[in-house]
Design a protein around this ligand. Structure first.
Ligand code: AHR
Length: 635
């Protein structure tokens, strides 16, 4: 028997309560959300012909009886200096092939927009034939470009795919003899999210959109910090014309065991403008996180000296101007020139990712003073270390409290037991302290140390139990997000992850559906749900939170049963009068080890049914290992 009182409001739920955390890890951006299909399109990878090869050759210098591809370095564009020179000696049909990001996904009858820059020395090359091929060289669609200029010129064309194939490649065949230079060989599906050029994969954005996230945190994670300060994420290098954005090695590259060499680079085609635009598209508050002048925790901790911190702070101030400034301001003008004269209405900014200790506090102070002096209403998110259980975490919290920090970003990757035990984590949290951003969390079924495991139902149901505690404490917990968000099935460094994809499919894990249930059934005010006057935080392996939605006039009760047995729960409802008919959303699965896959993407998903009350009582049978949401209209 549980008591639910809709008249007893405990806390306001922030619109930002459930959001998403995006980082370019696991091919989430290049090779994933960013719809570019050509890997190393501008020949800027550390090994400039990586991703490109000639059929029947083990390396790029073979196939010399008909031609040779040579990386060159003098295009005149400082940020995109490399290009590829192809010299063809005879008309035997010299070819190069781009392998894509573990292949290219093409869908029957879909259109793909190709563009490239070429300079056809002496006009010796008569034709360039561009084709999708399978690994057995079957052609799946093609187009032709006639390079007409001896100087650099932009060409574009379209290929229509004749079949669906997740691992196609792009083959380029040259007719004629002579020398031709190529750069920015780019290919996008015509259909992207909102059909934008340089756009994002529609299916992946749709999954984000469906979550109705309160915020979008970007661009990471460790990627913000970089392994060295030199490799930190610098937003200014990710805006403006796409071809002028400097390609950089991904911070996650070296953790990548692929073929002979790790091949994970950031093209920044998905840069800060696109992140702001995506936030707007999915109705989420943008939440950028910037480097605070400390390199990644896994590094020995390169620190910028205090007297050299200014450019870092200036980056933060300029970012606010980029997002919100007048079109007459320097950075506001750039935003406008990129197609968004209206401000992005940035309200939050994060300083540092997982940093801690006196070095962090010292630097954070400088940022906070400068930001507040110029933008007093900007809400600053401060970092904490990677583990919320350590002494450095307590130190950071104490110091941040003294500084009246507004929101602290906590991260936890723990085993499922931890998540259940921590449903009470914020029950005794200092109500006068900084608000909480549970910025990265995921239950790792075998523990983080044991590494990378699947998104099984055990992890998802444990997270649901924990999330009841986040929601019950919505007065202090203002933002929450699962992490990491996305992973390519053939290219990942970290798992579990919330959304998985290959080059044509994508699906939400059980964890995704738990997030979606909470996010799309959030409510506006937490109301009391108790057993014997206490919150339900694991007694008999039951967890609960209740909220009402003042705008939709609804009561929303969330119940989680982590036990192996079904349990009957009776809700005694007091307060507002309620309609007797409502909706019951249920997610349950008998095998805790099971998980969704590309082949079975909907194995574990919620189901909905009509619910009928018995008088003022709602009686529910909660199956073993289940998450239930009961929604009743308030009269
Ligand atoms: O989410 C993966 C990584 O975990 C993030 O980059 C980092 O912030 C954390 O350590």
């Amino acid at each position: 028997n549980l008591e639910v009182n809709t008249a007893q409001t405990i806390a306001k739920i922030q619109p930002t309560m459930y959001g998403v955390f995006f980082e370019d890890i696991n091919f989430a951006a290049d090779g994933g959300l960013y719809a570019e299909m050509v890997k190393n399109r501008s020949f800027e990878f550390a090994s400039p012909l990586m991703g490109w090869w000639q059929p029947n050759s083990k390396n790029h210098s073979l196939n010399q009886e008909s031609g040779i591809a040579t990386p060159m370095r003098t295009s005149g564009n400082a940020n995109n200096s490399d290009f590829c020179r192809i010299i063809i000696n005879n008309d035997k049909g010299y070819q190069i092939v781009n392998e894509g990001f573990r292949g290219m996904g093409v869908i029957k009858d879909a259109k793909y927009n190709l563009s490239l820059k070429a300079a056809n020395h002496n006009n010796g090359i008569k034709k360039i034939i561009i084709q999708f091929i399978t690994k057995d060289k079957k052609v799946l669609g093609e187009t032709t470009i006639v390079p007409t200029d001896t100087n650099w010129k932009q060409y574009s064309s379209q290929i229509i795919a004749t079949e669906t194939e997740a691992k196609a490649q792009l083959r380029i065949t040259f007719e004629g003899t002579g020398t031709i230079d190529l750069d920015m060989i780019s290919l996008f599906p015509e259909e992207t999210w909102n059909n934008r050029k340089n756009g994002l994969r529609k299916d992946l954005v749709q999954l984000l959109y469906d979550l109705k996230p309160g915020f979008l945190r970007f661009p990471g994670g460790c990627i913000v910090e970089g392994r060295t300060l030199e490799n930190r994420y610098q937003w200014k290098k990710t805006v403006g014309a796409v071809e002028d954005r400097e390609t950089m090695i991904n911070r996650w590259n070296t953790e990548f065991k692929h073929k002979d060499a790790p091949d994970y680079f950031q093209s920044f085609g998905l840069g800060f403008f696109e992140y702001f635009q995506l936030s707007e598209d999915i109705g989420a508050e943008p939440l950028p996180i910037l480097s605070c002048g400390i390199a990644c925790q896994y590094n020995t901790g390169e620190l910028v000296p205090m007297e050299e911190l200014d450019p870092y702070v200036q980056d933060a101030l300029d970012l606010i101007e980029f997002a919100n400034g007048a079109v007459t301001s320097k950075w506001g003008k750039l935003r406008s020139d990129m197609g968004h004269p209206k401000p992005f209405n940035l309200k939050f900014i994060g300083v540092g990712n997982e940093q801690w200790g006196p070095q962090y506090i010292e630097r954070y102070k400088v940022f906070a003073e400068a930001i507040k002096a110029k933008y007093p209403n900007m809400i600053i998110v401060s970092g904490s270390g990677p583990s919320p259980d350590g002494a450095f975490f307590d130190y950071g919290m104490q110091e941040l409290k003294k500084l009246n920090a507004e929101i602290v970003d906590e991260h936890y990757y723990k085993n499922p037991e931890w998540f259940k035990e921590n449903a009470t984590r914020y029950d005794n949290y200092d109500r006068k302290g900084p608000k909480v951003f549970a910025g990265e969390y995921a239950a790792h079924p075998k523990g983080v140390e044991d590494g990378m495991k699947e998104n099984n139902w055990l992890s998802a149901v444990s997270e649901a139990a924990f999330m009841t505690g986040l929601e019950r404490n919505a007065d202090v917990v203002h933002l929450t997000s699962y992490a990491p968000l996305m992973a390519h099935v053939d290219a990942f460094q970290w798992a579990p992850d919330m959304i998985w994809f290959d080059n044509i499919h994508s699906f939400g894990t059980a964890n995704y559906y738990v997030q979606k249930l909470f996010s799309t059934n959030k409510g506006t005010d937490v109301v009391a749900i108790t057993k014997d006057g206490k919150a339900l935080t694991g007694q008999n392996e039951l967890y609960a939170t209740a909220a009402k939605d003042i705008d939709k006039k609804e009561l929303i009760v969330k119940l989680v049963n982590t036990s192996a047995k079904a349990q009957d729960v009776a809700l005694n409802l007091s307060g507002n009068a309620l309609e007797s008919k409502g909706k019951l959303i249920l997610m349950t699965h008998s095998n805790l080890e099971d998980y969704n896959t590309i082949a079975e993407p909907t194995k574990i998903i919620p189901t909905e049914s009509e619910y009928k009350m018995k008088g003022r009582k709602a009686v529910l049978n909660l199956p073993a290992y289940s998450v239930a949401i009961l929604k009743l209209k308030i009269k």
